[in-house]
Design a protein around this ligand. Sequence first.
Ligand code: ATP
Ligand code: MG
Ligand code: FE
Length: 344
Amino acid sequence: PLVLGIESSCDETGVGIVRGHELLANEVASSVEQHVRYGGVVPEIASRAHLEAMRPALERALATADVDLTEVDGIAVTAGPGLMGALVVGLASAKALAASLNKPLYGLNHLVGHVAVDLLDHGPLPQPCAALLVSGGHTSLLLVNDITGDITELGSTIDDAAGEAYDKVARLLGLAYPGGPVIDKAAADGNPKAIAFPRGLTAQKDLVKRRFDYSFSGLKTSVSRWVETRRRDGEDVPINDVAASFQEAVCDVLTAKAVDACEHLGVSDLLIGGGVAANSRLRSLLEERTAARGITLRRPRPGLCTDNGAMMAVLGAEVIERGLRPSSLDIGANSGLPVSTVLV
Ligand code: ATP
Ligand code: MG
Ligand code: FE
């Protein structure tokens, strides 16, 4: 099926077009520059930016794909989770298109979109498989029995998301927002073994009770204390070493628990998704550790890991292929939509 996908859950306005697993267009307009001076996304600014960017992004996507709106088989849109005021802009746009063109509307889960996007790079998904979802607002381990409707969460972060930890640590190091890409870059020139930062929820008792859960707020506090002590003593802060050591702590736990989950579930395929899945160390460490256990790793290209419309379009294509019922035109946005609800 030929599907138009619309994404507006945070600060990226995304319009993507796919034909099945083939990517035809993926236009992303980010309002990140407008949020930089606040050190994080300001919801009202994001909503206004979506309003301004949606129409031009749609027109560019149609031109790139060389597709006419009347040809599409369905409109896929993020219904949640995300910022309420941001979600409603995409949803209203999708509803207007669906109603005026008389096309089916599919209100879909953004997080499942992050997982589904890999279909564009690596084709049909072996199911069941495990998925490590690592984004700005979420961090969890999933069992995917069916990407269109049977997903269960094995565990998740009990405090900060991995991307949030990157953003907060970047801020305390005086680096730019968003912190993920900046720390990734700084870490390349640092020593990951310079500082032994804590690995959250990996003590013996945690491995029993919280085997598939994550925690990053203790790590963030630990980095903060280490940096403050240095500054108080009038010593230089070795930014690259701190970045590399912090990144190593995050990636060590993320990968160890993901591999453990695969063995626990008896699945041989592991998928990663979400903005942090673009991280170079996460990608290389996962490659090492999955290869050592005979697990097949699927990593979408870094450019598809952060928010975009194509991920929603390809999830829509799967849902249509499955013959699932379209959404009602009066569905609402759901800022807290659980990952187990794929289609609203
Ligand atoms: P969610 O998907 O949970 O609703 P979101 O949509 O805001 O949250 P994404 O767009 O998936 O999040 O990812 C953004 C996050 O990814 C940010 O926290 C950013 O710092 C992080 N990120 C992006 N690139 C990298 C990288 N190379 N290394 C580490 N983190 C990264
Ligand atoms: Mg973003
Ligand atoms: Fe996202």
